[in-house]
Design a protein. Structure first.
Length: 178
């Protein structure tokens, strides 16, 4: 892997950042990627939480209105142990197997996990390229990531999905064939 950059998509909620990441994974081959993505949980048409899915098929409840925990983002209780039990090992496995690392997403919920923050810092301070998403809003930890010299931030809106998809696919393929 020679391209040592890290591409992070950012933009307003629901513009398709995670969809683009999932399409890139499918295009280059799930078996060549590792890491995780998150999806909204919708009940009766309303968002009620978020589920974490690893690329090797595991899943867990990351945040939900009904979770009672000390960590909260808005109306969602955040279960940082889900990230520690699933997300962190998925990152470690992707790195160990030299797969394209996918982290969807880096956001305030994920910032509650000290272990996760450390693993992301280790990845950023290595030569491991990765693709992911990062929250648009300012946050002390996220702002540090956005300023990292290896990170390329790509602001995305709904009109640019196909362009961004092609850019990230090209990057992923170059990384995987290097």
């Amino acid at each position: 892997m020679t391209d040592q950059r890290c591409y992070l998509l950012t933009g307003r909620p629901r513009v398709g950042k995670s969809t683009v990441i999932k399409r890139v994974v499918e295009r280059v081959g799930r078996e060549r990627c590792g890491g995780f993505y998150t999806e909204e949980i919708r009940e009766h048409g309303e968002r009620t939480g978020f589920r974490l899915f690893t690329l090797d098929g595991k899943s867990g409840l990351l945040a939900h209105e009904q979770i009672v925990r000390p960590f909260r983002i808005g109306r969602y209780g955040v279960d940082e142990t889900c990230l520690d039990a699933l997300g962190v090992p998925a990152i470690a496995d992707a790195v160990a197997r030299q797969r394209l690392l996918i982290i969807d997403e880096l956001g305030p919920m994920e910032a509650y996990s000290t272990t996760f923050r450390q693993v992301v810092s280790d990845v950023l301070n290595s030569t491991i390229p990765f693709v992911g998403t990062i929250a648009l809003a300012s946050h002390p930890w996220l702002d540090t990531i956005k300023q990292h010299p290896r990170v390329i931030i790509r602001l995305m809106d709904a009109n640019e999905r196909e362009i961004v998809y092609e850019e990230l696919t090209e990057f992923a393929q170059a990384v995987l064939t290097a």
